[in-house]
Design a protein around this ligand. Structure first.
Ligand code: FES
Ligand SMILES: [Fe+2]
Length: 367
């Protein structure tokens, strides 16, 4: 396994694996207790971890303009992120300081936030600007009744929030999303599956041949991946078969565009999948031990009408084939938990990013 390798060295590692019939592998086998997917107590600890960890909230490009906002629940807490008049993105607890109604819903562009209940009005930077019939609140300190901020940072092309702690671990990930690219899709769905089971399906290539025989496998390899670690986070590379054409190209002349799919796991609950023409930010919001909300933003890798059309076409292919196959499998695993057949799941040497995830999660939970 490597450590934050660049495109060309990833391509070389892939070619070496093809030549030798090998793949990146871990050194240990991990046994994850099945109880960790079922227990309410464990689930509560994981939610608390998500609230005290810096996590992706949305792509930067979902909040392009001054006043662009997005409101959603993160780890069960209503949060509002908005780009201010000064261009800075801020995040707040989405609850009015009068009696707690949400001051914004969904996404849009606003000049200010007017609470739908009694119209207390907040600036984009959270300050309380206006209270109707203010004489009804003698002594109200408006300065102390702005929206309550949560820590928010824009970097790597993403908006990160941290609700309950100021700690920034700052995994040394590279830029994940080019700024200013167009969001071509934003989808939300709920699955009857534990969020970790869903996550595990994204970060190993051991299943590609068998789960995706007609969708991904014809373009890819059986159990041939390159793994890189970035602190708590990691990346798995899925090469396309057509990368073999680089065997005959001098290393310095190689171009990897369209030959590698990168899947970054941004610890704990986000993925950035960089395909040939589009990139997805996937956030897995745990709703219950057996229920997860999947939020997916799709961003075109390049500007221009033609690039957008190609990105949409690729997105439809992946979404209508491989993604459905993955979904069927993880829901089947969730049902299988009830079979009571396994005390633990065994992750082998060819699932090293999952092993890294569970070890890191245990550490973060103090388990
Ligand atoms: S709850 Fe928001 S104005 Fe009353
Ligand atoms: Fe898959």
């Amino acid at each position: 396994m490597g450590d934050g390798a660049d495109d060309l060295s990833v391509a070389q590692r892939v070619l070496d694996h093809i030549a030798r019939g090998t793949t990146d592998a871990g050194s240990e086998v991990w046994r994850e207790p099945v109880a960790n997917y079922l227990s309410d107590e464990r689930f509560a600890a994981e939610l608390a971890l998500l609230r005290r960890t810096e996590v992706p909230f949305c792509p930067s490009s979902a909040l392009q303009e001054e006043g662009s906002y997005l409101a959603r629940e993160a780890a069960g807490v209503p949060i509002l992120a908005v780009r201010g008049a000064d261009g800075v993105v801020r995040a707040f607890r989405n609850a009015c300081r009068h009696r707690g109604a949400q001051v914004a819903k969904g996404e849009g562009c606003a000049k200010s936030f007017v609470c739908p209940y009694h119209a207390w009005t907040y600036e984009l930077d959270g300050r309380l600007r206006h209270v109707p019939h203010e004489d009804g609140f003698p002594g109200l300190d408006k300065q102390a009744h702005g929206l309550v901020p949560v820590q928010c940072q824009e970097r790597l092309g993403l908006i990160f929030i941290n609700q309950d702690s100021s700690e920034t671990v700052g995994d040394s990930l590279p830029e994940l999303l080019a700024p200013g690219r167009e969001v071509i899709g934003c989808r939300e769905s709920e699955l009857e599956v534990n969020w970790k089971i869903f996550l595990e399906g994204f970060i190993e290539g051991y299943h590609i041949r068998y789960t995706h025989p007609e969708s991904f496998y014809p373009y890819g390899f059986d159990n041939l991946n390159v793994i890189d670690l970035y602190g708590r986070s990691g990346r798995i590379t899925y090469p396309f078969r057509r990368i073999r054409k680089l065997e005959k190209v001098a290393p310095a002349e190689r171009r990897v565009e369209g030959l590698l799919t990168y899947v970054y796991h941004v610890f704990p609950n986000a993925l950035v999948t960089i395909l040939s023409r589009h990139t997805n930010l996937v956030v897995l919001e745990p709703l219950a031990p057996g229920r997860t909300r999947q939020l997916t933003w799709t961003i075109a890798n390049d500007p221009g009408e033609e690039a957008l059309a190609e990105a949409r076409r690729d997105q439809a292919f992946v979404g209508n084939t491989g993604a459905l196959e993955d979904r069927a499998v993880v829901e089947s695993i969730q049902r299988g938990l009830k079979a009571n057949a396994n005390q633990a799941f065994t992750f082998g040497k060819y699932e090293p990013l999952i092993v890294h995830f569970h070890r890191t999660l245990d550490d973060a939970l103090g388990a």
